[in-house]
Design a protein around this ligand. Structure first.
Ligand SMILES: C[S@@+](CC[C@H](N)C(=O)[O-])C[C@H]1O[C@@H](n2cnc3c(N)ncnc32)[C@H](O)[C@@H]1O
Length: 467
C-alpha cells in the first residue's frame, strides 16, 4: 500500500515550498519537520539552508551541529528510504565539515506520534493514497483518530494535513504539496473547514503535472496559524494569474474563480434537473455493438434478443465519435411510468433475452447492484424514472468546451449527466446555458482537475450553477 505513494518532490518544487513559508533566514532555534520524508529530497534542502543561514550568522560548527540535532526533524515509515535519507543528510552536513550529527529522523509512522504544538514549520509532500487503495486496518485507524477521515471516502493525505496543523505551534507555518482534489472533493469538507482559518495562500498547478505518470493534479497549501486573514491569495500557475478570494466565499467546495457566484440568484437546478445516467454495471452484456436484425429479433453470435427490448443506447463518448449502439432495455414504460418486470414475467415473456443474459450470469451476479434489483436489470437504474422524455446529455469530463447532446425520448444514456426540464422550461434554453462562456468559466472554477487539461464535474455542480 505504502509503495503506491512513494513519489518524490522535484528540486524546483522543494525550493518553492521552502520559499513560500520563508524558510530562508533566521532559522536557528526554529523547529522544522518533514513528516513523510522519503529519501530526504526536502529535508536535505532544509539542512543546507539551515547550515548556510547559521554560517552567515557566524555560528560555530559545534553550535550548528547541536542546532541541527534539536531543530530538524524527519519521519519516514519505509526503512529503506529512511536509511537513504539519513545518508543524504549526513552527506550534506559533511560537505560543510559538520560530522557526527545525531539526526532527529525516525523510522516510524507519523500518524501515530501525537505531536502537538511543537513545530515552527511543517514542510512536505505527504503520501496520497485513495480510499480504494487503503487496507481495512488503516481505514479503521484513520476513521477513529482523525476528524477529517470520519466520513466517506477520505484520502490518506487528509490525516497528514490534519496532524500537521495540530503539530504546529500557535504561530507555526505549513507548506504542503497536496492533491488539488481536496479543494473540491465532497469527502474533504471537514478537512476544508479545519484548514480554512489558517490558510493564507494556494498555489494551484491546475493543468501542469508535477509528477510524471500521475493523474493527480497538485497544489501547494500555505497555512499560517494564528494569522486571521479574511482573504486567500490564489495563484493559478498554468494561467499565470493571482487573485484574492474572500474566505466567506469558500463554503462547501472551494471555487477559486475571480467571478463571484451570486447566491441570491436562481440556480440551474430551479429550472432543470441534472442527474447521473443509468449504470448497467456490465456494459459488455447490455451494450450491443455487433448484431444483425432478423424479423422480431436481433442476432448476436448464437443468441437472439426480442426486438421489444432494444433501444438506442448512448454515452457522451459514442455521441462524440458519432457511433451508434443499442442497449438491451429490460424494462418498459406505461404512460410514462417505468414498469419493472418481475423475474417470472421477464423470463416467460423474453426467453431469448433471458438465454442471452444467462450467458453472463456469473458477471451479472457479481455486480454491486442497487438493493432489490433483479438479476437481469441494470445495476443502477434510479435515473430511468425520468428518462422517457426528450433530454440533454453531457460528459462528467470537460475538455476545452462543454459539449451538450440532444437525445430523443426513447434514447437511453448509459453514462454522463442527463438534463430534463422542470415544468415548462425549454431544453433549448438549458443547452444555451450549458454551452455559454460563463458556464465554462464556472466549470474551470469548480471542476476537479482530471488528466491533462480536463476537468471533472458533477450533476450537483450543474444544479448549483447560478444564472
Ligand atoms: C509522496 S512521498 C514524499 C517523500 C518526500 N517527502 C519527498 O517529497 O520527496 C511520501 C512518503 O511518505 C512515506 N510514508 C507513507 N506513510 C507514512 C507514514 N504513516 N508515516 C511516515 N511516512 C510515511 C512513504 O514511504 C513515502 O516515502
Amino acid at each position: 500500500m505504502i509503495k503506491k505513494c512513494q513519489v518524490f518532490t522535484p528540486a524546483q518544487n522543494v525550493s518553492e515550498l521552502l520559499d513560500y513559508v520563508g524558510y530562508i533566514s533566521n532559522l536557528s532555534g526554529k523547529k522544522v519537520i518533514e513528516n513523510a520524508c522519503g529519501d530526504g529530497n526536502i529535508l536535505t534542502e532544509i539542512v543546507r539552508r539551515y547550515i548556510i543561514d547559521a554560517l552567515t550568522q557566524n555560528k560555530k560548527i559545534e553550535e550548528i551541529r547541536q542546532g541541527l540535532q534539536s531543530d530538524v526533524y524527519g519521519i519516514e515509515i519505509d526503512e529503506v528510504h529512511y536509511k537513504n535519507c539519513i545518508n543524504n543528510l549526513t552527506y550534506v552536513a559533511e560537505s560543510f565539515n559538520i560530522f557526527n550529527v545525531k539526526w532527529n529522523v525516525f523510522n516510524g509512522d507519523f500518524l501515530k506520534q501525537n505531536y502537538v504544538n511543537m513545530f515552527d514549520f511543517v514542510i512536505g509532500n505527504p503520501p496520497y493514497i485513495t480510499y480504494r487503495d487503503l487496507d481495512d486496518e488503516t481505514r479503521n485507524f484513520l476513521r477513529e483518530n482523525y476528524i477529517s477521515c470520519r466520513h466517506g471516502k477520505f484520502d490518506y493525505c487528509y490525516a497528514f494535513i490534519e496532524a500537521s496543523i495540530i503539530c504546529l505551534k500557535q504561530t507555526g507555518k505549513l507548506a504542503y504539496l497536496i492533491p488539488s482534489s481536496i479543494f473540491k472533493n465532497v469527502f474533504a469538507q471537514e478537512l476544508r473547514e479545519m484548514i480554512l482559518p489558517s490558510t493564507v495562500k494556494v498555489i494551484d498547478y491546475t493543468t501542469q503535472k508535477l509528477f510524471e505518470k500521475k493523474l493527480t493534479s497538485s497544489a501547494i497549501l500555505i497555512c499560517h496559524c494564528g494569522e486571521a486573514v479574511s482573504n486567500i491569495v490564489y495563484k493559478d500557475v498554468a494561467r499565470n494569474r493571482e487573485y484574492q478570494i474572500s474566505k466567506n466565499r469558500l463554503v462547501g467546495k472551494w471555487v477559486f474563480s475571480s467571478i463571484a457566484q451570486n447566491s441570491k440568484n436562481k440556480k440551474f437546478g430551479d429550472y432543470f434537473t441534472a442527474a447521473i445516467s443509468i449504470a448497467t454495471l456490465l456494459n459488455e452484456a447490455y451494450i450491443l455493438k455487433n448484431f444483425t436484425e432478423e424479423n422480431e429479433y436481433i442476432i448476436i453470435d448464437e443468441y437472439k434478443i426480442e426486438r421489444e427490448l432494444i433501444r438506442d443506447g448512448v454515452s457522451p463518448r459514442t455521441l462524440n465519435y458519432n457511433k451508434t449502439e443499442c442497449i438491451l432495455f429490460p424494462y418498459k414504460y406505461d404512460n410514462n411510468k417505468l414498469i419493472r418486470y418481475t423475474q417470472k414475467e421477464f423470463e416467460e415473456n423474453f426467453p431469448e433475452a433471458t438465454r442471452y443474459l444467462r450467458s453472463y450470469a456469473k458477471e451479472l451476479n457479481a455486480r454491486k447492484s442497487d438493493k432489490g434489483c433483479e438479476w437481469f436489470e441494470y445495476g443502477r437504474s434510479q435515473a430511468l424514472a425520468h428518462l422517457n422524455q426528450p433530454k440533454l446529455l453531457l460528459s462528467t469530463i470537460v475538455t476545452k468546451e462543454v459539449k451538450v447532446y440532444e437525445l430523443t425520448k426513447e434514447c437511453i444514456p448509459y453514462s454522463g449527466i442527463y438534463i430534463v426540464p422542470k415544468g415548462n422550461c425549454s431544453l433549448k434554453k438549458a443547452k444555451e446555458i450549458l454551452e455559454s462562456d460563463d458556464f465554462l468559466l464556472y466549470v474551470k472554477g469548480i471542476g476537479i482537475n482530471a488528466s491533462g487539461s480536463s476537468l471533472r464535474i458533477t450533476a450537483v455542480d450543474i444544479n448549483n450553477y447560478t444564472l
